[in-house]
Every structure is written in C-alpha cells, then in structure tokens.
Design a binder for this molecule. Sequence first.
Ligand code: ADP
Ligand code: MG
Length: 436
Amino acid sequence: MDQEKQLWDLICRHLSEELSPVIMKTWFDDISILSLTGDTLILYTPSAFKRPVIIERFLPSLQKTLLALLGGEYTVLLSDSPALETVATADQPGAGPYFEQYSFTNFVVGNSNKFAHAAAMAVANDAHKKNNVNNPLLLYGCPGLGKTHLLYAIMNEVKKNHPHMSVRAVTAENFTNEIIDAIHTKKNTEFRKRYRTLDMLLIDDIQFLGKTDRAQEEFFNTFNDLHSISSYIVATSDRPPSDLPLLQERLRNRLEMGWAFDIQPPDYETRVAIVKNKAANLGLHIPDDVAFYIADSIHANVRQLEGAVKKIMGYQSLMGLPPTLDTAEKAIADLFSENPGLNPSADHIIREVCRFYGVDEHELKGSSRRAKVVLARHTAIYLVHTLMDTSKTAIGSIFKRDHTTIMHALNQVDARRASDAAAVKEIDTIIRNIRG
Ligand code: ADP
Ligand code: MG
C-alpha cells in the first residue's frame, strides 16, 4: 500500500471516532490523497456535488484530525483533478485546484473591504451576461487581507451558478511559467487555446507577472482577446496599477480602464468578527475577552488573525489547554516571535523611516529643522502611532517631544495623506518595508 493510501486510511480511522459509519461511507469513500507538502494537504475529491458539502460540514473535523495525527495546522484543498500535474497545467480550461473553502459566505465584510467585496459580488453575478461593464476588476491591497479569498469566491460562485462557463484561475507567476514552458516546448498554440477562449480569467498577484516582454506581451494579447469577446478578467495585486513599475505602460492602461478597489487592514470590529468566524469554522469556541484580546493585538493582517486562532486551537487539541486569555497570550507571543515585523518596535520603525528618507537616526530624534529631517520625523511619529498602538505620552518620550508637537506631527501627516496621493504611496512603501 502506498504511503498516501496508508495516511488516508489513518485519517479515516481517526475521523470515524467522531463521524458515523454512514457519513464516512457517503462522504469520504472516494477520496484519496494527492499530496501532502509543507502545511497543505490536497485531496482528490471526484464528486463535484460532495466537495462543497465536505468543506462546509467536515473541514473542521478534518483539520482537527490532521492536528492530532500530524501535529500541525494544515490547509486542506479539495481538487477535482486526480493528478497534481494536471492541477497545475491542465489543458482543459477551467481545470485547476479548487479552493472551495473561499466563498462569499465565509468572507467577513467590514468597512475596510466592503467596496472590494461588493465589486467582487457584482462581477460574480454579472460575468455570465458578458456585458463587459467594469471589466477588468482589480483588487489590490497589502498581503493577507483577503484578495485571493475574494478571487476564488468569485470563481466558485460563477462555477456554481454557471457550470457551463469556462473559468480559470492562475497566479501571475504560474501564468508566466506556462508561457515560458509553451515557448520552450513550441506549444504556443495550445497555450493560446487554453487562455484566449475562456469565459473568465482570474489572475492572482499580478505584481509577479514576469518582467520579460514575452510574458507581458502574451498577457496583453490574452487580455485584449478576452476583452473583445466580453470575457471577464479579474486580477489582484499588492499595490495599485499606477504603482506597478514592472508593468508595461499599455498593460497598466488596460488595467486602469476597468474597476479597481483596494482592501485596507480591518478595523477593530471586523477583526473581532473575523476571529469569531475563523474559530467557529474550526469548531472552536472562543470567549469574547479572548477574541477582543486577539483583535487588539493583531492589526495588519487577516492571515495572522487566523494564525492566532489556529495556534489556540493547536494548544487545545495537543496540550488540552482551554482557549483562555493565557493561552491566547502564549499563541500571540509565538506568532510575533515568528514574524518580528508584525509587532514592530519603535526602533525598528525609526530605522526603516530613516533608511527610506536617507536621514540619520540621531538627527531624527534631535532638533534639526531641515525639511527632509522634519518630514522623516513626522512620518516616524505617525507610523509609531499607527503601527504600535502606544499612548501619545509614550510616543512623546520616544521622540523627546511634548504632546502638542506629537499632535502637530500627526495632523501634518494626515493632511499630507489627504491631499497628496504620492504621500500615501510613500507611507505604504515604508510600512511594507517595516513588515518585511
Ligand atoms: P491576500 O491574497 O490578500 O494576501 P488571502 O486572501 O490569502 O490574502 O487571505 C489570507 C487569509 O485570511 C485567508 O485564509 C483568508 O481566508 C483570510 N481572510 C482575509 N480576509 C478575510 C475576511 N474578510 N473574512 C474572512 N477571512 C478572511
Ligand atoms: Mg493572495
């Protein structure tokens, strides 16, 4: 018996302690393991009918089982294709890994993402009409804020409601690799057939579209062909189109033709809702004070919020620790020690700001009135305030300034951000540098 089969048997045996034999037979009988790598388990699940049900009803049990058996938090993907190679490069349009766990239903909507969410829903509902309105749709924002989630939510919704449509999702990186491959193996015609007849193309992380002219050329032509037959194109990117320096001008113009929405880091209420939602999906009950504590500690990234919940789940399943404040504190300390940029210190922020503006750290904390130093100082104060959740008095003592000066600095940066798009970009870049 091969290893995958043995592991799957083991998983099923464990699952059947919790689920009845009838359920096991009905839902798990025809599943097999395609791959287990890093923290991802891909299961071949041939039945299109069963996949969404398994995800909705049994994913928590599966994840709990994996945690118990393998001691880690695994992402479970259900694939409609029996072989990994065809998952990556299948010739039939529409083939590809299913990320069915990403849906509109399990996407928590808040102020920071409501426009992106609404646009994604509108596209999912309208794509079959082929009316070419607001085509393409670009969703952009910092990592971990739900762009890929929305991309697959659109795909899943379209596939569910219009199974005849040929829809394909691909990362810009894989798209580039497929082009290079097609050129090497002289299969350009197949490549074009695969892409240029689609009803919908979703392309993730477009900032990684190959720098080569050839990749951009192919994408540009694919884009034009699809647009001319009113097929929808959805793209995501970690920054606005105007800020994608590697993209050829004409490609950027094409992207700017359509709809572009950004996703901001979630506010406090949304973070609490996300924590509760993620815990519920894992079958974990998190008391309010613990949810508040997590939402208070992690600001910038939904993936990390999710990471904290999974860690707490891990502590519970592996060590029998209940999800209390103590456990949450431990889980978050763990998370922060794995990602220092998540919870940056004032020193770290000041260092990055100085590096960005080419200013000396002593000068920044000193009394220089040079324009560049003042700008860097204001920005550093603003970022310590935004990223660290410290009181203004504490910020005052870090920068050796009184309360009025701190308030003045914060107002200056707010005003600059409100009136100058370049300033917003500049500060976003520094934040990205800080987060590493
Ligand atoms: P991005 O593509 O922007 O880097 P992802 O879409 O991969 O981010 O999101 C990271 C994780 O956070 C995913 O597991 C996703 O399900 C989750 N996530 C992000 N935003 C939300 C949201 N609003 N509601 C629920 N889960 C979310
Ligand atoms: Mg992504």
